[in-house]
Design a protein around this ligand. Structure first.
Ligand SMILES: Cc1ncc(COP(=O)(O)O)c(C=O)c1O
Length: 395
C-alpha cells in the first residue's frame, strides 16, 4: 500500500474497511462514565460502546480480574471444564429464572441469536417448512440468520438473495398482527422487549403477556433478545422482568463481559436436550479470559447497586426530557426504560449529536431522527445534570 494519511482519523476511516463513519476525535482512555481523547478532553459517554460498558470504563475490580486471568490462562477448548467457566454458567443460571439453566457461550450478540435460531430448528426438526416470527423495526444482528430476522432494508438489501423467506414480520405491540402470522409451521417468535436500533420502543406490558400466552397455546418458543437490554440497562437485570414473563430462551451479549467479546444463549434442559453434541459450537466461546471478565461484571453489578442506579438516573433523565419535550416542538416523543432512552425529533439528529460532542457529551443515534442515550450505568448525579443541560441546548 502506498497511501499516505494526514492524520489518524483519515487513516482509520480508510483502513477500517470504510464501513464505519468515523467521528473526529481520537479516544485514548476512559474512567467510569468518562471518555478521554488524545488531547485530554473529557466527554460524558452516553454511547458506552453501544450499551456494552454498563459497569463503567476501567472498573478496578474488572481490570484486576481480567489481568489475573490473563496471567493464568487465556484459552482452552470448551471441551475441557474450567472453574472460571463453571462459575459463570452457574451465575447465569442463578440470575435468570427457572427453567432457564443451560447456556451456550459464543462471542457476540448475533451468534447468540444464531444459537437460539438453531435451537428452535432442532427442537422442531420434524417440521418441513419451519417459520419464525420477528417484528417490524427489529434488529437481531448481521450474520445471515439474524439478519433474516432484522427488519431494516438498509441492512438487508444487498443480501436479500441469501436471507430466509421463512421469517415473517409482525407489527410490534399488535397481538392481532402476530396471530395473523401464526400457523402450524411457526416455531418461534424473536423479540426485543425494548427495541434498540429500531428507535428505542418499549413493548406494551399487555402485548408481551398476550404474546407469552399465544406462544404457550401454539407450542411456539418465545425467544427474548436481551443483547442490548440485559445486565441492568433498563433498570432491571433483564428487560423481561418488567413484564412478569419467562422466555423459553434468552440471548445475551454486549454488557455481559464488559467489552470483552462474549455472547450467550440460555434455555432449559428440556429444550437443549433436543440438540446433539457437535450440532453447534464455536472455537473461542467460553474462553477463560472472557469468562473472567463476565464473572467480574456480574459480581460488580450485584455488589455495587448498579441496577438501582440505572433505574434512578434513568427516571431523572426521562422525567426531565419528557417535561422538556412539552415545550420543545422539535421533539416528537421521549421513550425508554432505565438508561436506555430515545429522544425522537422531528428533524434529523446527526448535527445535534455533533453539537453535543462539541459540548463534551457523546450521544448515539437510532435511525435518522432519534437520539439514543445509553451511558454506563455508573453515571452520577452531576453527569446526568450535565447531559440534561446539553440536551436542552441542542435545538
Ligand atoms: C437487540 C440486538 N440483538 C443483536 C445484536 C447483535 O449483536 P452483535 O453486534 O454483538 O452481533 C444487537 C447489536 O446491536 C442488538 O442490539
Amino acid at each position: 500500500m502506498n497511501k499516505e494519511f494526514s492524520n489518524k482519523i483519515e487513516a482509520e476511516q480508510y483502513l477500517h474497511s470504510k464501513l464505519f463513519q468515523k467521528k473526529d476525535i481520537v479516544i485514548k482512555n476512559g474512567k467510569g462514565a468518562i471518555l478521554i481523547d488524545e488531547n485530554d478532553n473529557e466527554y460524558i459517554d452516553c454511547v458506552a460502546g453501544h450499551a456494552v460498558v454498563n459497569i463503567g470504563h476501567s472498573h478496578p475490580k474488572y481490570v484486576e480480574a481480567v489481568k489475573n486471568q490473563l496471567e493464568q490462562l487465556v484459552m482452552v477448548s470448551p471441551s475441557y471444564p474450567m472453574e472460571i467457566r463453571y462459575k459463570l454458567l452457574e451465575k447465569l443460571a442463578r440470575i435468570t429464572p427457572k427453567p432457564l439453566s443451560q447456556t451456550f457461550l459464543g462471542n457476540s450478540g448475533t451468534e447468540a441469536i444464531e444459537a437460539a435460531l438453531k435451537l428452535a430448528l432442532a427442537v422442531n426438526r420434524d417440521k418441513k417448512n419451519p417459520e419464525v416470527i420477528a417484528f417490524k423495526r427489529a434488529f437481531h444482528g448481521r450474520t445471515l440468520g439474524s439478519l433474516a430476522m432484522t427488519h431494516n432494508m438498509k441492512y438487508r438489501k444487498p443480501f436479500l438473495p441469501w436471507l430466509s423467506s421463512h421469517v415473517k414480520f409482525a407489527s410490534y405491540g399488535d397481538i392481532d398482527s402476530v396471530k395473523e402470522l401464526v400457523n402450524d409451521n411457526t416455531i418461534a417468535v424473536f423479540i426485543e422487549l425494548i427495541q434498540g436500533e429500531g428507535g428505542v420502543y418499549p413493548a406494551p406490558y399487555d402485548f408481551v403477556r398476550e404474546l407469552r400466552e399465544l406462544c404457550d397455546q401454539n407450542n411456539i418458543l418465545l425467544i427474548d433478545d436481551e443483547v442490548q437490554t440485559g445486565f441492568g440497562r433498563t433498570g432491571k437485570m433483564f428487560a423481561f422482568e418488567h413484564y412478569d414473563i419467562v422466555p423459553d430462551a434468552m440471548c445475551m451479549a454486549k454488557a455481559i463481559a464488559g467489552g470483552m467479546p462474549m455472547g450467550a444463549m440460555i434455555s432449559s434442559e428440556e429444550l437443549y436436550e433436543k440438540m446433539q453434541i457437535g450440532e453447534h459450537s464455536t472455537t473461542y466461546g467460553g474462553n477463560p479470559l472472557c469468562c473472567a471478565a463476565a464473572n467480574a461484571v456480574i459480581d460488580i453489578i450485584q455488589e455495587e447497586g448498579i441496577v438501582t442506579n440505572a433505574d434512578t438516573q434513568g427516571k431523572k433523565l426521562l422525567n426531565d426530557l419528557n417535561k422538556y419535550a412539552e415545550e420543545e416542538r422539535l421533539i416528537r416523543e421521549v421513550r425508554g426504560k432505565g438508561l436506555m432512552i430515545g429522544v425522537d425529533y422531528r428533524i434529523r439528529v446527526n448535527d445535534l449529536i455533533n453539537k453535543a460532542q462539541d459540548m463534551n457529551v457523546l450521544l448515539l443515534n437510532a435511525g435518522l431522527t432519534t437520539i439514543r442515550i445509553l451511558p454506563p450505568l455508573v453515571i452520577n448525579d452531576l453527569q446526568v445534570e450535565r447531559v440534561l443541560e446539553v440536551m436542552h441546548k441542542l435545538t
